[in-house]
Design a protein around this ligand. Structure first.
Ligand code: GLU
Length: 556
């Protein structure tokens, strides 16, 4: 009679090591805790991945522990070239440092617990699969897609839970001899777990984030090794997180329903279960229905989207933290001058329910962040962003740094010569706003703005005739003095405007003989200087531009 062990040897003749041998190679770590981020290389980084990656790293580091990057590339059909580099680049941008990973010199592993790419760990998964086969806890399965579809149909009709389990699995209860016979003629099979679960049983487990959970036990015989010899997520998770000595498995709540299966697997191997920490994923409100952010339908699921729109890395992280960590928001309110780096993170205090993705909140968090940084920092950050997305603007920004800093500073921290408090410290919501509001300070960009429809529309709307414009400009240029206080400057303009028949206020205008209001002339000045109606305080803009530039633009 063929034993299970002999069957395992026939299926995996090349596997000679045991789990104990592997454990000797990857001994327990000297410190008791280690976390990991385990993305799949699908060509983009999901915004939810940024939060789990960030949390895993922060949690490890605040306790001086290890943080690994493990690439989960077992689904080779979905793999996109260059993904790992892209993920690492994003992690760097977010300040998520990595201790152990696969991208050392010449793509060598850094760390003693590698390989850090699952496709290079095939032999390890086989040891685990062989162990289960030898102990009768797994079996080879040859069910075809047609057979599985027919089973599902039957189950749907008879209103039983769909899946491959118990008698619905063709080979679960076959003898070793029968399996051996099939093996000799057909090598195209998968290895399935022989689940000890039963439909009436409930399991109770503790999750660090979600606390105590009680749910139905797993009874599905899920696939452990696919026909391409690569493992499924479930087996890889057990083998990797055990041998890499992960202490806290921090992952998205979407994996929570698999925990009963994972507990069964750890128990079948006789291995300790790591601490599970399931972080609330991000939801989107779509026609009043809440749904998961999807890669296919929601561009904002890709972290690239936020950079492209001009959000700051710090703004994005703070926004994510406000969604998933109510304790963070509480402490930030109490300590507005501190950043997320100053606060300790407590996994048990994180949000237990799914978080709603809210653009208004994101804008407000980013706006708040940009309003708090110094003008020097704002300059540096917006320059880095412009270098990537607006290289021609970046070159101009570098050509006259103090001019640009003065332009950025308007209405933010130190209002120019007015001596009043900052008028609009929240002037910029994103770096894209910075770019829009810097353009008109450059003559080169102004020349382009003149071609814009906004400029043409404003010109057409203006009630200032060419003659008035010309004579006002001639007169004003003679007396223009930008070192006047804002009050003196305005009083002077008022005097001149009045001569041209522009009313000072509505009451005056209603007297009937005025041709327009002072607002019309202010808009004329604004459009002539900046080519757009969206500008900060005109007095400050003129001061920053300086007399020569203002004169040239008014004459143009
Ligand atoms: N590759 C899995 C994912 O991207 C990782 C889940 C985990 O962290 O265990 O969802």
């Amino acid at each position: 009679m063929t034993t299970r062990k002999e069957l395992a040897d026939i299926i995996f003749p090349e596997v000679t090591e045991t789990i104990q041998d592997l454990e000797k190679k990857y001994p327990p770590r000297s410190h008791s805790v280690c976390t990991r981020f385990a993305p799949s290389p699908t060509g983009f980084l999901h915004i939810g991945g940024v939060s789990t990656g960030f949390i895993s790293r922060k949690f490890a580091k605040q306790n001086a522990w290890t943080f690994m990057l493990r690439i989960e590339d077992t689904d080779q059909k979905r793999e996109v070239e260059g993904s790992v580099e892209l993920i690492v680049q994003y992690m760097k941008t977010f300040g998520i440092g990595i201790d152990e990973w696969s991208l050392g010199e010449n793509h060598s592993d850094v760390g003693n617990y590698g390989p850090y790419k699952q496709s290079q760990r095939k032999s390890i998964y086989k040891v685990f699969a062989k162990h289960l086969l030898a102990n009768g806890l797994a079996y080879p399965c040859w069910m075809t897609t047609e057979e599985m579809n027919a089973t599902r149909e039957l189950q749907t009709k008879s209103k039983v839970t769909p899946g491959i389990y118990w008698n619905y699995s063709v080979r679960r209860n076959k003898s070793s001899e029968e399996i051996l016979e099939k093996l000799q003629s057909d090598k195209n099979f998968v290895i399935r777990f022989r689940s000890p679960g039963d439909a009436t049983k409930r399991v109770v487990f503790d999750d660090v984030v979600k606390w105590r959970i009680e749910t139905i036990d797993n009874f599905n015989d899920i696939v452990l090794i696919k026909s391409d010899e690569l493992p499924t997520y479930h087996l890889a998770h057990i083998a990797d997180d055990h041998l890499m000595r992960t202490s806290h498995v921090i992952r998205s709540e979407e994996r929570l329903p698999s925990v009963p299966l994972h507990i069964q697997l750890f128990q079948s191997f006789g291995l300790p279960i790591p601490k599970y920490c399931h972080v609330a994923p991000l939801l989107k409100l779509d026609n009043w229905n809440k749904r998961k952010l999807s890669k296919r339908h929601d561009p904002e699921s890709d972290i690239w989207f936020f950079f492209e729109k001009g959000y700051a890395t710090q703004g994005i992280i703070e926004f994510l933290l406000t969604l998933i960590d109510p304790w963070f928001e509480e402490r930030q309110k109490a300590n507005p001058d501190k950043t997320y780096l100053d606060f300790e993170m407590k996994l048990e205090k994180m949000s237990k329910s799914w978080a709603l993705f809210d653009f208004v909140k994101l804008q407000s968090v980013n706006n708040n962040y940009l309003s708090k940084i110094s003008t020097d920092e704002l300059y540096e950050q917006s320059l880095t962003r412009a270098e990537k997305y607006r290289p021609e603007l970046a070159a101009l920004m570098k050509s006259d740094v103090s001019y640009i800093k003065a332009a950025l500073n308007i209405e933010r921290h130190t209002p120019l010569k007015t001596g009043q408090a900052a008028k609009d410290p929240k002037r910029f919501t994103t770096y894209a706003d910075v770019e829009t509001q810097l353009r008109f300070f450059f003559d080169e960009e102004r020349a382009k703005l003149i071609q814009n429809s906004e400029f043409r529309i404003q010109k057409e709307k203006s009630i200032i005739s060419k003659d008035i414009a010309k004579s006002f400009v001639d007169e004003y240029i003679q007396v223009m003095n930008l070192s006047m206080s804002v009050e003196e400057w305005f009083a002077q303009l008022k005097e001149i405007w009045k001569k041209y028949g522009f009313a000072w206020n509505n009451a005056e205008f209603k007297e009937g003989w005025y041709v327009g209001k002072i607002w019309d002339l202010a808009m004329f000045l604004r459009i002539q200087l900046c080519c757009t109606a969206q500008t900060p305080d005109l007095y400050s803009v003129m001061q920053v531009m300086g007399k020569e530039r203002v004169t040239k633009r008014l004459r143009a």
